[in-house]
Ligand binder design. Sequence first.
Ligand code: HEM
Ligand code: HEM
Ligand SMILES: [Fe+2]
Length: 483
Amino acid sequence: MLASIKSNYLQSESKKLGMMYFRVAIVLFGAQLLMGLIAAVQFLVPGFLFEIFDFSVARMVHINALVVWMLYAMLGAVYYMIPDETGIETIGVGLGKLGFWVLTAAVAIVVLVYIFIQVGSGSEATIWLINEGREYLEAPRWADIGIVVVVLIFYWNVFSTFMKGQKTGIMTVMVANLMALAGLYLAGMFYTDNISIDQFWWWWVIHLWVEATWEVFVGTLAAYALIKIINAKREIVEMWLWIEVLMLFGSGILGLGHHYFWIGTPEYWWEIGALFSALEPVPLVAMFVHVLYDWGKEQGVAEKEGHRNVMRNGPAMAWIVTNAFGNFLGAGIWGFFHTLPQVNIYTHGTQFTAAHGHLAFFGAYATILIGMMYLGLQGAYGIKTLKATFKSKMGITMIVVGVLGMTVALTIAGYEQVLIERAELGAGWNAFFMAQELPWYVQAQTWRTIMGVVTFIGFVYLVWDLLTIGKQARLAQEAGIQQ
Ligand code: HEM
Ligand code: HEM
Ligand SMILES: [Fe+2]
């Protein structure tokens, strides 16, 4: 019986392609976590896997896998939602599928090269063939160009479907924002041998992705998901979306200045960066309120009308609510902590930055993208109401506790670095190493590793759930237990 239940209830090829992207995304997420664990152990036992799998490689694969899995899940989410939003099948899905396989083959080759060629001197050829050396975007140039081609196909599919189909507010924002998101990638592709100029442009990708275009992107996902899951009113959701877009771009674009304090750019960036980045938490509050407001409102309507409130997908909603909290905490609060130059002069590049990086990437992006996977599964198995299972609950709880635990531990490590390495010992090379050997730092790194293991166990539950929840719910639905 179980074998006859397949995830083939999707009519749309675009949605099927979306699910293909989700599958690769979750595998890369797992790889990311394993690499993080190796790097975390290396903080405690520096000789661990020395010259077999060096820290530099583990860290690089950790953060590149992070970016790539998130991009995969984003592409998946777009292909999944296009047919619903435009009312038609995505144009050019066949080409889109080809793009998927090309991209996946390229990612596999890039990672294998990273693993087999770990050290060596840099040259023009290594930039083309091995590693471009820009944190988070290390793909060699050949892969960069391949990525651009695949993204052009993708964008063409999205754009032409949008032009032909119905034009909702969500799709309008999506299409315009995706153009900016994809276009920014180009800023991280050209080579310059001046490190200041290189960093100047590199931040256009990283900052303008995570603090402008990616945020707008998840705004569109949240809007779409709230309509699907709790039947939120489109007019209200889209009104929020436009306000959020305005505020996100209003603060996020010039907030870029908070990365230009110490890299050789003119000093006026201190004021610009301080002012605009300090405003960045405002839209994040709006996004937080938005999700909770809609949720509360729909519940209120249900109570008044005397019917059960609508909750079509428990696990997806849990992840989206976690997103509202996580985005606000990780990006808004932990970001604001170190965004003023007066503070950043001490915290810059410490474990405090890593604490913020973890909670922000997780809170703002991992959460909602996992939510979209659950939404996809619901469609794939044709389930009316998807309820959380024990595994769903274990997954979300352990991952959230793990990431929060890592964040707290890293914040303590960063605090120690600020006080001892920076303030007391004067921030030199020696100070850096001395501060790393003191008990507060070592204990914090130990706790981070423990919490990393907790996160990983949560991930195992999550994958287990994703693999089984659809079939189970389908069986239950067919048996008439769940309606
Ligand atoms: C979801 C949104 C965000 C994500 C994913 C994110 C992620 C990150 C990451 C990974 C870094 C480290 C970059 C590196 O390796 O050098 C970083 C740095 C930084 N972030 Fe964010 N961030 C977000 C939002 C914010 C916000 C809203 C603020 C301010 C209110 C902020 C302030 C900063 C600052 C000041 C730095 C530089 C830290 C340093 O000098 O070492 N971030 N962010
Ligand atoms: C098993 C759990 C994890 C462990 C053990 C782990 C460990 C690490 C380690 C050791 C580093 C290098 C830090 C450094 O160079 O000082 C790192 C960097 C990073 N990790 Fe993780 N990580 C885990 C999960 C995650 C998750 C879930 C996310 C986000 C969704 C994430 C995002 C990042 C980012 C953005 C950086 C770069 C931070 C920066 O340079 O400021 N990690 N991680
Ligand atoms: Fe930033």
